[in-house]
Design a protein around this ligand. Sequence first.
Ligand SMILES: NC(=O)NC(NC(N)=O)C(=O)[O-]
Ligand SMILES: [Zn+2]
Ligand SMILES: [Zn+2]
Length: 461
Amino acid sequence: MGLDLLVRGGYLVRPEGVARADIGVLDGKIAMIEPQIDGPARMLIEATGRYVFPGLIDVHVHFNEPGRTHWEGFASGSAALAAGGGTLFCDMPLNSHPPVLTRREFDDKLGAARAHSHTDFALWGGLTPDNLEHLGELAEAGVMGFKAFMANSGISEFRAADDATLYEGMRLAARLGLPVAVHAENDTLTAHLTRQIRSKGGASARDYLASRPVFTELEAIQRALLLAQETGCRLHLVHISSGSGVVLAYEAKARGVDVSLETCPHYLAFSEEDLERLGAVLKCAPPVRAREEQELLWNGVLAGKVDLIASDHSPSSPDLKEGNDLFAAWGGISGVQSTLPVLLSEGHWARGLSLETISRMTSCHPAQRFGFAQKGQVAVGFDADLALVDLEAEFTLNQDELFYRHPQSPYLGRRFKGRVVHTLVRGQTVFAEGKLHPELRGQLVRPQVRREFGGSGRIAE
Ligand SMILES: NC(=O)NC(NC(N)=O)C(=O)[O-]
Ligand SMILES: [Zn+2]
Ligand SMILES: [Zn+2]
């Protein structure tokens, strides 16, 4: 059989372990995996000494197109994703404008994503008090699930979901077989504390941290878990920032609540002192936490309690990140390019986190949880979405290496060990040796809904 591509000699990172093998690709799929494949193949990639990960699936990005493309956009966002070994991103329904609350906005975003994305993509729909009657049409259109904010989203046209909206939205989502993802922070308490601190002139990093303490996150997590249990809705907790949050959610999961736990590289890489040092470029909600919470979060990751890691890449135009008033600055950081380097440096090299666990959290689990049946594993029959990594390469992240529309990031100037050298989407190179290969256009990946997807959408151990 003639192959389109042969990836030769790499160490494949697979759920069952890391082992050396060749990969044969035909029509964008992995057609064979053998200790040695002799071809013939139209193209050869020499991967000796490289680690071959399944391409990263980042289930939480804000590329902000259409409507706020001057903040990021599909072209620059997906290029950065690919430079970090990513092959599939899941775009949030905001801060694109208008946000994705109806079929019409879904179609507009789909058109823009097909025209400009260099990798494959899936799309979240929104769940707000304004669009309960549109969830059905969004499901039909192909959203992977519904995203709700329990606290202020920072965007006036995307309103926070009150308890009644969450409850009704979850009931509907359960019937539609789709998950609900929540940004879990208590709106009343964070707004109250913010007002109190602002009225005394508070504006510093410490003031901002004091306005969103861990318990305000825990309260919202707890409430979301109860609502999921009551409605039978599959719940996805986005960006859990604290180890205490992981402990709370994992207990519920162990009791049988259908919940998946996401955290982000910035909560693992940074703590409160870093926010004081770096300022607005590291501002996000929930905020980075105290060292003890950060270590507790690492414990959760090392113990396999965190299902998946996503970037929550949420940039803005640079002017919104200027100044010393931490409350006035845009909340959201640029990191989609750095997920794997952070996990390799701080996880694998610094803490002994296995490569298999890293790839489970960044690829296999996201695919299983959200029903991306063709994605997430280096295995025969799956899409040939691959990230080739030089595990030993050390580098300092420089501005000229960032593919973001605005080359700002809290990771600038940081030292990393473990570098992505080549990324392929469906067997086609999109990034190699520091350069974007812009030819490929991404496709929409629709979720296989629970009923059809091996019956569960649950993450295998
Ligand atoms: N509107 C946003 O993009 N918000 C995001 N911002 C953060 N995390 O600071 C988020 O995911 O909540
Ligand atoms: Zn959020
Ligand atoms: Zn987000």
